[in-house]
Unconditional design. Structure first.
Length: 185
């Protein structure tokens, strides 16, 4: 009888162990999926930027330094990197694009250009998608990190080499402010 009880406890422990391990794997994969969503949106934004710059260049040719800065940031964004690096690059890109739109404000004929307005609308949509993707990713990171730090799943996480994931954060408090872009003509 005692043998059956011990066997039952061992079976229950094995089931719990599999369940906890599978939960960690599931959350790790959700983090990877979330990062993939952010990566897709960052690439969409990077692909849109050359068209936006070419449209503005015709009106504000004297802003070469800003155009070069945006091109460098775009190249950094495409090259990838860690979550922290991508976060910093994304923040710098948002600031540079804010400057670009501020320059566009000085050119009423540019603001009236249908191509420019279309590019602004697309960029705005992509920025919204980046925000949504970031929220999804950070939620998945939170769930994974909670499992890794919580007892008793932390024992399994340590045993099988699960590590905490980085949040996709905006480091600068000023960058947390929504950039003001005027879509009015």
């Amino acid at each position: 009888m005692i043998l059956y009880i011990l066997l039952g406890i061992l079976v229950l422990f094995g089931i719990w162990l599999m369940s906890a391990y599978n939960g960690l794997v599931k959350n790790k994969n959700l983090v990877a999926e979330g990062w993939s969503g952010i990566d897709v949106q960052l690439r969409r934004r990077a692909d849109l930027i050359p068209n936006l710059i070419e449209t503005v260049k015709g009106y504000a040719a004297h802003e070469d330094k800003l155009f070069r800065d945006i091109a460098e940031l775009r190249a950094k964004s495409i090259s990838g990197g860690s979550v922290a690096e991508q976060s910093a690059t994304g923040q710098a890109m948002s600031q540079a694009l804010g400057k670009l739109f501020a320059i566009a404000e000085a050119y009423p004929e540019l603001k009236a250009d249908a191509n420019f307005r279309d590019l602004q609308d697309k960029l705005s949509g992509i920025e919204d998608e980046i925000q949504l993707s970031r929220r999804y990713y950070n939620g998945a990171v939170r769930n994974l990190n909670t499992m890794i730090e919580s007892f008793p799943t932390n024992l399994i996480a340590n045993q099988f080499g699960f590590t905490k994931a980085e949040f996709f954060e905006i480091g600068d408090a000023a960058a947390r402010e929504v950039p003001k872009v005027d879509f009015k003509t």
